[in-house]
Design a protein around this ligand. Structure first.
Ligand code: 5MM
Length: 341
């Protein structure tokens, strides 16, 4: 393992003004997104959609540091025969790959899951590296509800995240470690804080036990935020203040960067929260976005599967990428959204 090189990649992934495009929707998830805009989820449509994003010059060259791909996409070529990975590299962004194989029910723990995909992972990583991937992603899912999460679910997911991270670093690939505490329930922000703290502490404990070099990884956490169904929604300032307090308590300064998931927040909320956190600096790590829905909802709608809408889709993507790029420096203002509208 060359830690200097891994640290250089991780640092570039969270460079000020830039963040990560999470375009690694599995086939089931992209079908749901396409259903919402009336587009059939064929291999060709998935390729055309992602090609549109990766060819959005302004977004990709100025605001996107890296792209997380799904297995199908990393092997696909653009219409003119250029591998999609090459389009990403040519824009100056770093290609990455989702390597987990989804979740499975966790025995003895009703309603909870464990993320799988460790079998043959070393072989798969070597192939992805050869194709151009320089970072990877593995997402563990922790739900909050009556009596959950159990310590069992937190523990097995943290163990798998660390196993994955160590395998990545041995393959000279930067691991994005993503323990996502879902915001789907009716819990308040303090319950989210408390659960996320347990999850992050256990995850870093496992990372240390399994000798993962913290300098060569990126953390992708949820924010401390109210559950979507909670009657009392925390303000932007409270989310920012509690998230930074939580991360300072749990994430060692040796970690080069933290890149948030959006988790179902609206586009503008995700931007406003990141921006507000930067107003609380200086921070010990790079802090940016690794959004899926909060970057793609607008371009998906604008594109709607029509060739004549490609420019509109790219403009919508560039706008959201620019807004989040500004937020990653604490320079975003809501008036910029209105001006664009
Ligand atoms: C893009 O969605 C990713 C893949 O999800 P599935 O494996 O369920 O299809 C997801 O892991 C994503 O990278 C993160 O959750 C961040 O995306 P959001 O939409 O929460 O910002």
């Amino acid at each position: 393992m060359n830690l200097t090189e891994l640290n250089g990649i991780a640092t570039a992934m969270v460079a000020p003004g830039k963040g990560i495009l999470a375009a690694d929707e599995s086939s089931g998830t992209i079908k749901k997104r396409f259903d919402a805009i009336g587009v059939e989820s064929t291999e060709g449509n998935r390729r055309d959609y992602r090609e549109m994003l990766f060819r959005a010059k302004e977004a990709m060259s100025r605001y996107i540091s890296g792209v997380i791909l799904y297995d199908e996409t990393i092997w696909q070529d653009a219409k003119d025969g250029t591998p999609l990975v090459k389009l990403i590299e040519q824009s100056g962004a770093i290609p990455g790959i989702k390597v987990d194989e989804g979740t499975q029910a966790l025995p003895m723990c009703p309603g909870e899951t464990v993320t799988v995909g460790l079998d043959k992972l070393a072989e798969r990583l070597a192939k992805y590296y050869e194709r151009g991937a320089r970072f990877a992603k593995w997402r563990a899912v922790i739900d909050i509800g009556g009596g959950i999460p159990s310590m069992t679910a937190i523990s097995v997911n943290a163990h798998a995240l660390a196993r994955y991270a160590a395998l990545c670093q041995a393959a000279q690939i930067v691991p994005i470690v993503e323990p996502e505490v879902l915001m789907d329930g009716d819990h308040d922000i303090d319950r989210c804080y408390e659960v996320t703290q347990r999850v992050l502490n256990k995850t870093f404990q496992e990372l240390r036990v399994q000798r993962v070099a913290l300098e060569g990884m990126v953390l992708k956490p949820n924010m401390a935020i109210s559950g979507k169904k909670c009657a009392k929604q925390a303000s932007v300032e409270e989310v920012a203040e509690k998230t930074i307090r939580l991360l300072k308590a749990c994430v060692p300064a040796a970690v080069p960067g933290i890149a948030f998931l959006s988790g179902g927040q609206s586009d503008e909320e995700a931007t406003a929260h990141l921006n507000a956190m930067h107003r609380l600096g200086p921070l010990p790590w790079g802090l940016t976005f690794s959004y899926g829905r909060a970057l793609q909802a607008a371009p998906q709608k604008a594109w709607s599967g029509k060739t004549e809408n490609i420019a509109a889709g790219q403009n919508a993507f560039s706008h959201r990428a620019r807004m989040n790029g500004l937020a990653s420096r604490g320079e975003w203002q809501s008036s910029l959204e209105k001006k664009a509208a």
